[in-house]
Design a protein around this ligand. Structure first.
Ligand code: AHR
Length: 508
């Protein structure tokens, strides 16, 4: 490429330089018994669209459109007080209990069987968490036997009596949730948790050696115990688990939008630090095994904002964590997805927290419609087109100043190639709030030359959002003027925008 003015961003794409394959589990999500995620979210028996099991068909359709591959369940903080046996069997016999994590009342109307029904109907893989807060090894074994053993034992026969003759075959299991957090029921030190996780994993593998197990990493990179926690837990569990988790949420604080738009800088650093810690422990243990990362809670979440809804203690399914996302939030969200893809070699599972109503891409009104939040679009597009192999993108980009991260590139981008077709999809964010960012991509190492589409998520009003009254206020729109000439793609990225550019290779 010829010399460019400083205002352009550019990079080279070459199929010979890959990061790694995109694991389908990267496009996972999360359903917790929290607020209205389950009740009046996915499950509302009186709703006009509900099927015989009480699942809202309008929501299920949106879940399919979103392209979710896995769903983590039943929590979250909820899992640390979870009594799975309360949630199975005849509904009229299920007890109502206090949920201490969210100070709500749990009716158990929706339980494991209903969740598996939801998974079957949406085509998602379940990712189950066991309670290592109030419970431990024995309870995990009982749940595993109930769920996965074919039959002929008390618990597996009980599952069959409850209507599920075939075992559920749940492969991926989380060993507790955020056990490093003082807010967690049964919170533990790294030594205590590492030992319990190892004992639980060892025993679960005695039933089913081929399970994929996730140990709890840190609840955020800001935890005081971060990195030391991972090192201690992995020392105890290295040969017994496959993944270590990381959780991360971002929000705009004190109007510092420039820093907020650069949130993925923090996520990339977090991922790289966890990878380094895993590999450090592996080296100390002289192990050839590689531990991968499950980023099983990530999103934009306005934790500091007061709840605008009036909520009393011990309500059933109150309105909690119902953030309404702006187009700015969706741009940051798109950038977080780019960060996950850029580390696809080690981030082999991720769960967008959460799926419906609770910091979610899908919103519902009880007895009313379901609609897409602004964050729905970057996820759905990435899940649909971000499949294949991630290519290295080392961009040369103008920068802008942030209070939190110093100088940050305006461009944040990744690219995914489908090795069967040769088609390439570029995901790119312009973090700049004011100027258009000219982008040049030198396609010297890929055959894709035809611009199929360039879709943009942006708006003249950075606060624009979708609501019950205006559910389609924000949707992606096509960009004009994106071309390929002499093997160089040229595009203009609107200010504060998230972009998807799809390129195809000529078919023989
Ligand atoms: O996703 C909301 C909550 O955030 C989860 O329950 C918990 O694991 C995390 O702190």
């Amino acid at each position: 490429m010829s010399a460019q003015p400083d205002s352009s961003a550019r990079f080279v794409l070459d199929a010979a330089f890959g990061v790694g394959p995109v694991h389908p589990r990267l496009y996972g999500s999360f359903v917790e018994h929290l607020g209205r995620c389950v009740y009046t979210g996915v499950h509302e028996p009186d709703h006009a669209t509900a099927d015989a099991s009480g699942l809202r068909q309008d929501v299920l359709e949106l879940v399919r459109e979103l392209g979710v591959t896995t769903v983590r369940y039943p929590g979250g903080n909820f899992v640390s007080g979870y009594r799975w046996e309360d949630s199975v069997g005849p509904r009229e016999e299920r007890p109502t209990r206090l949920d201490l994590a969210w100070r709500t009342t749990e009716t158990n109307e929706f339980g494991l069987g209903e969740f598996m029904d939801f998974c079957a109907k949406t085509g998602v893989e379940p990712m189950m968490a066991v309670n290592l807060g109030t419970r431990g090894v024995e309870d995990a074994l009982r749940l595993l036997e109930y769920a996965n053993h074919p039959g002929g034992t008390e618990l597996s026969d009980r599952r069959a009596e409850h209507g599920a003759k075939e075992p559920y075959g749940i492969k991926m299991w989380c060993l507790g949730n955020e056990m490093d957090g003082p807010w967690q029921i049964g919170h533990k030190t790294a030594e205590e948790y590492g030992r319990l996780a190892a004992e639980t994993a060892r025993a679960m593998r005695m039933i089913e050696p081929g399970l994929e197990l996730v140990a709890c990493g840190s609840s955020s990179s800001a935890m005081e115990t971060f990195a030391a926690w991972e090192a201690t837990v992995l020392e105890a569990t290295y040969d017994l688990v496959d993944h270590i988790s990381l959780h991360t949420y971002y929000e705009e604080i004190d109007g510092d939008r420039d820093s907020f738009l650069a949130s993925a800088v923090d996520l990339e650093h977090f991922i790289e630090a966890v990878v380094a810690t895993c590999d450090h422990v592996g080296a100390r243990l002289r192990s050839k095994k590689r531990i991968n990362l499950s980023c099983d809670e990530w999103n934009v979440w306005y934790q500091r904002r007061p709840n605008p809804h009036q909520v009393e203690d011990w309500q059933v399914a109150p309105r909690l964590l119902e953030d309404i996302y702006t187009v700015t939030d969706a741009v940051v969200f798109g950038s977080l997805l780019i960060a996950l893809l850029r580390h696809a070699d080690r981030v082999t599972a991720a769960s967008l927290a959460q799926l419906v109503n609770v910091i979610a891409p899908i919103m519902t009104e009880p007895g009313g419609p379901a609609w897409r939040q602004t964050t729905f679009f970057p996820f759905a597009q990435a899940s649909r087109y971000g499949r294949g192999r991630v290519l290295q993108v080392q961009a040369d980009s103008p920068t802008y100043h942030t209070a939190k991260f110093g100088e940050v590139p305006l461009l944040h981008a990744t690219a995914v190639i489908d090795d069967e077709t040769g088609d390439v999809t570029v995901f790119a964010v312009n973090r700049g709030q004011t100027g258009t960012l000219p982008l040049e991509i030198d396609l010297r190492g890929v055959d894709a030359r035809t611009v199929e589409e360039h879709l943009v998520l942006s708006d003249a009003d950075p606060e624009a959002r979708n609501t019950l009254d205006r559910p389609d206020r924000v949707t992606p729109h096509p960009a004009q003027g994106t071309t390929v000439t002499d093997g160089v793609l040229r595009a203009e990225l609107e200010p504060l925008s998230r972009n998807m550019i799809r390129l195809s290779r000529p078919r023989d």
